[in-house]
Design a binder for this molecule. Sequence first.
Ligand code: PXG
Length: 460
Amino acid sequence: MTHDIQALDRAHYLHPFSDFKALGEEGCRVIVSAEGVYIIDDQGNRILDGMAGLWCVNLGYGRDELVAAATQQMHALPYYNSFFKTTHPPAVKLAEMLCRLAPAHINRVFFTGSGSEANDTVLRMVRRYWAIKGRPEKQVIIARENAYHGSTVAGMSLGGMAPMHAQGGPLVPGICHIRQPYWFDESHGQDPETFGRDCAAALEEQILALGEDKVAAFIAEPVQGAGGAIIPPDSYWPAVKAVLEKYDILLVVDEVICGFGRLGEWFGSVHYGLEPDLMPIAKGLSSGYLPIGGVLVGDRVAETLIEEGGEFFHGFTYSGHPTCAAVALKNLELMETEGVVERVRSDLGPYLAQRWAELAAHPLVGEARSLGLIGALELIDPATGQRFDKSLGAGNLCRDICFASGLVMRSVGDTMIISPPLVIRHHEIDELVTKARAALDETARRLADTPTSPLQESLA
Ligand code: PXG
């Protein structure tokens, strides 16, 4: 069975973000089921999913209520569109609930099928907004290096991932990138608060360089996810907010990862006290059970589009898909009735922070940081206190060791990241930390055995 699936996979399936040839040679692991915070492979191994799938299975696996919501909706109305003056109850109820959970100035939603489509929608909406306002020259969107906003052409153009930009260009014009608030790698000895303010100052410098009359919006993740669970210094967001208040520029906060409880609030924007004009959402909206995304639209933009815009020529076959919407609605209802977000804020987040911080004492760890249920470990060579040589692939080695020992912990370069389901319990956090520590030990041992390893030289 495993062999058949692997062979067919190799023969026919082009995987996302993969080196097709290398993956074909190595073969894939086969995951067949899941429950709670565990995924289960075809050998029966239970693996603690420290990434909640891909930052999305917030309510954990095996929730019958979500299955029932999908089944019921599929019987009643599996699909219908909301083009041409039609609507259906699941999308309307979901829109209403999202607007109730969102900050008070947000009262409208545009639905999409994914986070990437949400950011495509953002790009079109932002430019449309300024055009309606009679300022079509306000087109440039300022984003950040090493940001992730999706994999469609607009999504990857907004994102700041250099390897993505290097493939499939030219990018969408009118997007520029400023430095990211990545203290561990880019502060060059500055204290975190000064560094955070300097990164915010880069936004103002960019606005002035372009001219305010050319700038449409600034887009950012509250905490960068795919970039490496980068939690900005406390000074960063207040300083960014102050810059934006000086200029007539829209704020887009990408909530695809931070939304729906990840940081201990319904939205990352609430944690940082931000009032975005637009919030792209996806992932945790349905706990990943079905694909759905959207853009939460603040009153300023919504009222302009509604009152002055005429028809907005934009939308997807699956915008507001009834079955996806029904599952998302049930997901949010369960999160609310079970107090999931509050538990992340007052119990699980602080507990993870305390246990995760213990890993900072490990010789391979240069920094252990977390916020809510997102966390990162920065791997360093204990001999030098600096990063390992990239060619050693320390992060990927650690990730593979984790997987083999029953934990999904991802690597982004030599940054190890976690983002577990929000229903994880204390003893499962304990298991996660224990397995992470064991994997760090094993990674150190293996690196010491690698002939070119600086670790080995330092031991010699
Ligand atoms: N915005 C953010 C902040 C994201 O993290 C997207 C938009 C795009 O969403 P869709 O649904 O189109 O994938 C994302 C997605 C990784 C990884 O390696 C992260 C994402 C997707 C794929 C891989 O961490 N985030």
